[in-house]
Structure formats: C-alpha cells, structure tokens
Design a protein around this ligand. Structure first.
Ligand code: SF4
Length: 820
C-alpha cells in the first residue's frame, strides 16, 4: 500500500491521475494540498513562460528549412511531418544533453548537419537543467510514482531524485511473482476473469496490464460476459470531429471534385449519399436533357431512377451552395458547419474540437496559400484524440507503461518474447549509428537503464501474476521471453480452464408456425432456380433473403453486359437485310453491338474507351457464335427462333401448391437458347413459339484447340500427306464448334440427322432438368417446413454473401456430398 504524504506534489503518467486522486481521497478524505502532474507538465509549469505549441514549432521549422538548398538530400522532406518531428526530437535531446557537435563523416551526416544548423535558431521551448537550477523548486515535496518511464522522462526523474525528490514507495512487501502460460491469447483473459471471481478479489484492487493494447477489446468482451466491472484507461476514439476537420481542410487546400465529395461525405454522411453517387457517375452530364433510347445495357426503369437522382442531387447542392464557394480563408465557416452538423456533441467531440481550433489558431497567421495547410493536415492525421478514462469503476485496464504499485493485485498479460522487454532504441534518420558519434549516453547504458526501470516496476507490485500465451489468435506459436524467465527464475506453469462460452452457439430454428407463415402462406409457394440454388448454398441465407426479405445492397449505378445483348443482337442480325446468319460479316455484327452501346456512351462519355474495347470483344465473340448457326441453316435446313427456355410449371407438395417459374439454369451472358422451327411454317409467317421442333442451347466456350494442317495417309506404300485447304480447316472448326457448343433438347424423331445425333446425348433434357429441380425443391420444402435454417453452407458461399456482417459464429462449411 502506498501512503500519500501531506502537501505533496505527485508525478505520474497522465492515465493514472484519476486513480491517484481516488487513492488520495480515500486516504485523506479530500484532495486539498495535493497536486498531481505528469513529469513533462510539471517541468513546464516551473518555467515562467509557456513555450510554443508543438505545431507552432513545426511550422517554424518548416519555414527555417525553406533556405535548404535543393542539393541537400533532405530538401524534398522539408515539409514532411515525420521528418520535421524527427529533427525536433533530436534537437530537444541535444538541448537536454548539451550535444553541440554532430557527426560529419558521410554525405547523409553532412546534409543533416546543414538541416540542424538551419533549425538551430528555432525556439524549442525545452527547459534545461540550468533553467531549473536557476529557480526555486520544492524538491522535497515531490514524490514520483514508480512506473516504466521513457528515456526522455527518466532524464528529468533522475534530475529530480538527485535534488531531493523521492519515489512513492509501496509499504506492502511484494510477493514472488506468479508466472503462468496458457493455450492462446484469449485464454489469458479467461484466466484473469476466473481468478478474480474464484478469489473474490475486489475489482477495485485489480489492475490488468496488456502488453499488446490491441487485446483490449477481447478483454472487455470477456469481462462483460463474466459481469466484471472495468475501466479502460485508454478509451477508444469515437469522435468524428477530427475526420470532419481533415476533410474540410483538404478541400480548402485543394478544392476539386474529389475533395468536395470527401467533404460532404464527412459532414453529411447520410444525406450526401445520392449526391456522391450522382457526381461520381454523371458529373457534367445533363441526364434530364437526354431522352431514353432502347438498348441492351440500361433499362428504362433504371434510367428514370438516375434522372430522379440527378434532380435530387442538384437540389441538395443548390441548398448547400456556400460550400462550393469556400476558400482557404473559410476555416471559421468550416468550424461553424462542423458545430452545426453535430447538434448534440459529446465531451469527446468538444475536447477534439477545442484542441483542433486552438492548434489552428496558433498557426493561422502562417497560412498564406492552400499548400500551407499540408503540415497541419499531416499533424491532425497523426494526432490521437482518444481520451483517458473520465471516471473509475472496477478493474483498471491499461498497458505495461501504467504498471505501478497503485493497486494491490496486478495481472500482466501477453508478455511473450516478441513484445517483452522490447527495449526502445532510436531509429530513422537520427538512428543509433548517428547517435553513437555524438556525446549522447551510449546505447548499452540506456538499455540497462530501461531494463532496470521495467523490472523494478514489476518488482514493486505487491502481487503480480504474469500470463503468457503459447499461440496467437491465428494459432501461430509464440515464444516465452528469456529475460522474463530469468527475472522470475522459473519456467511458466501451464494452466487450462474450460471455456464456458465454447458450447454456446446461436440457435437457428424456426418454429413450424413461423415457417408456415413465411414460406407457405395460404397453402402456396413460388420458387425459382435461383431460390433453390440459394437454399443449397446456405439455408440461413435463404431465410434472410426470401423469408425475412432483407434486401441485398443494390448496385444501381453500374451497368453490365448481360444475356440481353446477345439476344438483341441475334434478333436484329436475323432481320438485317434479310441475310442468313452465315452471311453476316464481322463488321456488321460489330456495328449491331455498337448500336447497343451507343446510349451508354452518351451518358457515360468518360468510359468511351472501355466501351469501345467491349464492342470489339463482344462483336468478335458474337460473330464466332453466329457463324456456328450456318450448320442449321445450310446443312440441316432448319430455322431458328431466339427464345430462352423458361420454367412455368406447378406441382402439389403435401397441402401446398408449388409453382416453379423463370429460367432453369444459371445466368451466362454468352449462352443463348433457340427454338428450332419448321422453315415451311416460318416462311408462311406462322411461328409456334410454344413448342417448335425442339430447343437448342448454344454457349460459346473460347479456348484454343489443336487444328490439323495435313491429312496423312499411311495406307499406301509411301505414306502420303495432303495439305488441308483453308475451306476444309474452316469447315472442321465450325463442325467442332457445333459439336462442342450445341446441346440439343427435346428434338422430335422427324428432325433426326447424323449431325444432331452427335450432340443429342450430351446434356440432360429440359424435362430431366425440371424433374431434378422439382426433387430439389421438395427437399428444401421438407426442411423449411421443419424450421431448419442452419447455416451449413457451401465452401465459398460466405465470401460474397451480402449477409455476412449479420451472420455470426454459427456458420459451418458443408462437407463434400452433405445435404444443405
Ligand atoms: S455468411 Fe455464410 S453462413 Fe452466413 S448466411 Fe451467408 S452464406 Fe450463410
């Protein structure tokens, strides 16, 4: 237990101030006459004048480096925040340690020297040892909480201790640390929860330090599940104020379409969505003035939606016209708009707003052009606006840097070899090899100091339990830290506790009444090929899509080539100058395809080049496909009617009347069905589009096949090779395409032909397909009636599933051959 001395000044990391106040209050009944600071803040308060803010100093450095010659290898980095910060940090160290001479052996060192010389006159606002020695400091009242300090902090702590300050000693004798290991990172947290509950530890006596701060969310989940109260010392950042400022400043720096879109998305995330869609797709195009033209790519309904969106977007932009007139002088207007768009700000919002406005005010006079915002933008991008805890309750959760003797029981989690001790060294431009040539304390001395600070902090904890995982969340093994083992002087003891949540999986059952009302309303059920495929992919997805009718996000904005292009081109090709398919040239087909793309080119002019290449591609593919039809026309003397096979059939299942509708197969843009019709009837203008002679499927599979160049005859005494003519080769290709591409269905015996026999046996008939689909529908209905919607899914079904964000924990992959 730490005893807080009366009338003292306590120095501790900022995140622990609230805990310290809590302790002071418990010991003294009030916090009068006790002051609590972080080391840096206390040192700064001792000086008569407040130094410049960090951003002011950075702007001053940037201005000083304008004189850097282009020949200097760092001239391109003079406006880079990381570079300026590295220089600033080094200059502050140099001021503390009195380093006056810098190395000059290599080109890099000489260039750096030039940079440092230019930065020399910039006021750093860093107090020095001499500054403090010149004033009266109440050293004997200063008490320092032992924690793991950074190298810069330990400079001042050593100074204060040397002048009479003292450490806040833990009067309770420390017990030897408990060192445990467990299977994985999550288990460590389970162990902590289990120990707290099993030993009935008061939550307010416990501190949990995470070696990896990323584990904070997992720990919070486990504490929530066990109902253990806790406080995160570092709260996750939730304010959107910095992002709003950043979007605004980027727009003020460079007002263009991209930054405007980012600005309206940041300021008005919901109402700007249609505007962003409109500007992304149709900026500069007056859809209102372009009438719809019938085409294969964009339906009239979709076009009307876009025209309506255009009207809405223009009305919105008109009502927010002021944004488009903003210039670099309008930071105040931006701040006012941010205030207006957050009508009920949280404390975190207010703090972030205040910090940003204050920082901006300190450099506002330096902003003369839009580019001058760049450094401030970088500064905000890197800044953290996460708050420390505003109130305390239960277990305190922090990091290794907050381990202290403040609470009697400490758990230290995740200290495996990769993250412990992880002593810090200088890297980047002013790295250890640069520092080694200065009078800065040697690396070995600094590492020893850090090691000593870490282990003396751990040693000061009254009761310390260290837990290390043997593998990470991905199952990759983690090594124990050799330094930790040698400090504890033993190997960790493996602990396993059962995971109480392992057997808790969400339920996926519907009661029969629900199933009845969702899927068999009024004794009817309508199904399609796509619905049955969805059930086979994943029953839960089927339930969400067709039971709860949760719509998938719609991609209204883009256009895509679907089967209607092929279908329309074929229909128009047939009537083109009354030509047969075989007579149509590649150019004629290409111009038919181009006509289908003409409207899309008109409303998406920026995509003309992409459309042109699609026209060439589809023109060639459709021509190749059409040329196969010659066999029908010339050799089989049949006429073709482009018509897709559609299901329209009903059957009874139990007491339910089931209807199957729509296409019978998966969508394929390069597949087309034809009805074979009697040419005599067609000539007479009679089209029996219900039956015809049969239905053919044609799909184009483009792949290279070997082609014979010679016919070799081995029957003669002297083997003979005869070169194939171009016509022979083309005939063979067409025949091969016919055999590979065509699948004939339902052909009546009267239309038999040796060529057709070659393709007749290849695929199931439509009747067989219908029977198969009916049996799948019956299986699905059986399971739906039982309320079975378990997410047992096809292997890759989840990858593109629109419901994956709401589908958790229960998914399991279907085994090969397993029923859906
Ligand atoms: S994410 Fe996977 S398991 Fe969940 S509904 Fe989609 S397909 Fe089914």
């Amino acid at each position: 237990m730490i005893q807080i001395p009366d009338e003292s000044i306590l120095l501790a990391p900022g995140a622990l101030h609230l805990s310290l106040y809590d302790m002071v209050h418990r010991q003294k009944g009030n916090c009068l006459n006790i002051q609590i600071f972080s080391v840096e803040t206390y040192i700064r308060t001792l000086l008569p004048q407040a130094g410049p803010s960090e951003i002011e100093t950075l702007y001053a450095c940037q201005a000083a480096l304008r004189a850097l010659p282009e020949t200097n290898s760092f001239s391109a980095s003079r406006a880079d925040l990381d570079f300026l910060k590295a220089c600033l940090r080094f200059l502050k160290l140099a001021a503390l340690y009195g380093i006056e001479r810098f190395p000059e052996t290599t080109r890099k060192e000489r260039d750096l020297n030039e940079v440092l010389t230019l930065l020399g006159p910039v006021p750093l606002g860093v107090p020095t040892r001499a500054d403090l020695e010149a004033i009266d400091v109440p050293y004997t009242k200063i008490f320092i909480l032992p924690t793991e300090w950074t190298f810069e902090q330990s400079y001042w702590i050593d100074f204060l201790l040397a002048h009479g300050a003292r450490l806040l000693e833990n009067e309770t004798k420390s017990e030897p640390p408990v060192y445990l290991s467990c299977a994985n990172a999550r288990k460590q947290m389970e162990i902590v929860a289990d120990r707290i509950l099993e030993r009935r530890l008061p939550a307010t006596d416990v501190f949990v330090a995470l070696a990896d701060p990323g584990d904070q969310e997992v720990l919070a989940q486990i504490f929530d599940a066990h109902r253990i109260p806790y406080t995160l010392l570092r709260q996750p950042q939730t304010t959107t104020v910095p992002d709003r400022f950043l979007a605004g400043l980027r727009y003020l720096r460079q007002p263009d379409k991209e930054t405007y879109l980012a600005l309206i998305q940041a300021l008005y995330p919901e109402e700007s969505a249609p505007v962003v869609r409109y500007l992304n797709h149709f900026d500069g195009i007056e859809l209102d003035a372009i009438p719809y033209e019938d085409n294969a790519l964009i339906s009239e309904r979709r076009y009307l939606t876009w025209q309506q969106e255009e009207l809405d977007a223009k009305a919105w932009m008109e009502s927010h016209r002021a944004l488009q007139a903003w210039t670099r002088h309008d930071v105040e207007a931006l701040a006012a708009e941010i205030q207006a768009t957050i009508p009920e700000p949280t404390e975190e919002d207010l703090n972030a707003f205040d910090t940003i406005v204050q920082n901006y005010a300190s450099i506002a006079s330096q902003i003369e052009t839009g580019d001058d915002f760049s450094l401030f933008i970088q500064f905000l991008e890197r800044a953290s606006f996460a708050q420390t805890a505003q109130s305390l309750s239960g277990v305190l959760v922090g990091t290794r840097q907050e381990i202290s003797p403040l609470r009697p029981t400490t758990f230290f989690l995740g200290a495996h070899a990769k993250v412990f001790p992880a002593l810090s060294m200088y890297s980047g431009i002013f790295d250890e090899s640069f520092l080694a040539h200065t009078t800065f304390p040697p690396l070995k001395e600094r590492l020893n100091k850090q090691r000593q600070a870490i282990f003396s902090t751990l040693g000061a904890c009254a009761e310390l339990t260290i837990i290390v995982p043997q593998s990470d969340y991905a199952g990759k093994s983690l090594e124990a830290s050799a330094e930790l083992e040698s400090w504890v002087a033993k190997r960790p003891t493996f602990v396993n506790i059962p995971d109480v949540f392992a057997t808790t999986v969400p339920g996926f059952d519907l009661d029969p009444g629900q199933a009845q009302s969702l899927f068999f309303k009024n004794g009817r059920h309508t199904t399609t090929f796509s619905k049955v495929s969805t059930f086979e992919q994943c029953p839960l997805r089927y339930y969400l899509r067709y039971g709860l009718a949760l719509n998938r996000p719609k991609t209204q904005d883009d256009i895509r080539v679907d089967g209607s292009l092929l279908s329309r081109v074929l229909q128009r090709a047939r009537t083109l100058r009354n030509a047969t398919f075989a007579e149509l040239t590649r150019d004629q087909i290409r111009s038919l395809v181009a006509e289908e793309f003409a409207f899309a080119k008109k409303i998406f002019p920026s995509r003309t080049a992409a459309f042109d290449s699609l026209i060439v591609e589809y023109g060639a593919r459709i021509h190749d496909l059409i040329s196969t039809l010659e066999i029908f026309e010339d050799r089989l003397h049949l006429a073709l009617l482009n018509k897709e096979y559609e299901l329209d059939q009903g059957f009874g299942w139990k007491d339910v009347s089931v209807e199957m509708k729509g296409p019978i197969e998966k969508y394929d843009p390069m597949k087309v069905s034809f009805l074979v019709v009697d040419p005599a009837l067609e000539e007479a203008g009679i089209f029996d589009d219900k039956g015809g002679l049969g239905v053919f499927d044609l799909s184009l599979k483009q792949h290279a096949v070997p082609q014979s160049a010679f016919k070799v005859n081995y029957r003669t005494t002297q083997p003979d090779a005869i070169e194939m003519s171009e016509t022979q080769k083309n005939d063979e290709v067409s025949l091969q395409r016919f055999v590979d591409g065509w699948a004939v269905q339902d052909l009546p015996p009267a239309a038999q032909d040796p060529l057709l026999e070659k393709v007749l046996k290849k695929v199931p008939t439509y009747t067989e397909k219908e029977e198969k689909m009916q049996s799948k529908v019956e299986q699905a209905l059986e399971r739906l009636a039982q309320g079975d919607i378990l997410p047992v899914h096809e292997k890759s079904a989840c990858v593109y599933c629109p419901y994956k964000i709401i589908c958790r924990n229960g998914a399991s992959t279907k085994e090969k051959g397993e029923r859906a």
